[in-house]
Design a protein around this ligand. Structure first.
Ligand code: SF4
Length: 148
């Protein structure tokens, strides 16, 4: 069997008290942004918050994850669904790729349906950039409902 893909997860500090239940469930079920690992072994080698706006931990924690073997950093779904969503996601993505040479995936667990409805009504994700950023985690209505 192939070696496991090693990943790290960075969450929005607004959700720092989160126990990671949705992310870990989605990882186990290979749902949302983790669907890309279907049929593969995955090892979680790091989990941290951004440490609050403007995201000071983004400068450091990918290095620690890389030392632990991380190949991919996931920016958690909370960055996309928060009110408002994190405006720094594109910068974080470019920075981690450039500075550490790590692959970056935006999203972890599927977007919960209640967030999807509210953001749709607000028009939050109408701009083109958000269509790309939410694409890995929009999944389908049934799956989104199961993450409410
Ligand atoms: S909005 Fe962005 S920078 Fe601010 S706490 Fe959340 S992830 Fe960090």
């Amino acid at each position: 069997m192939d070696a496991p893909v090693k990943i790290g997860i960075i969450i929005c500090d607004r959700y720092r008290t989160c126990a990671g239940g949705k992310c870990l469930r989605a990882l186990r079920n290979r749902e949302g942004a983790f669907a890309r690992y279907r049929g593969k072994e995955v090892e979680l080698v790091g989990f941290a918050t951004c440490n609050g706006c403007p995201g000071g931990n983004i400068e450091y924690v990918p290095q620690e994850m890389k030392k632990n073997g991380a190949q991919v950093v996931h920016l958690a779904t909370g960055m996309v669904v928060g009110y408002p969503p994190c405006p720094r996601i594109p910068y974080f993505t470019r920075f981690i790729r450039e500075k550490y040479g790590l692959e970056v995936v935006v999203g972890t667990h599927p977007v919960p349906e209640n967030y999807y409805q509210t953001h749709t009504n607000l028009g939050t994700w109408d701009a083109g950039v958000w269509k790309d950023l939410t694409a890995p985690t929009l999944t389908d209505e049934e799956t989104r409902r199961s993450y409410d």
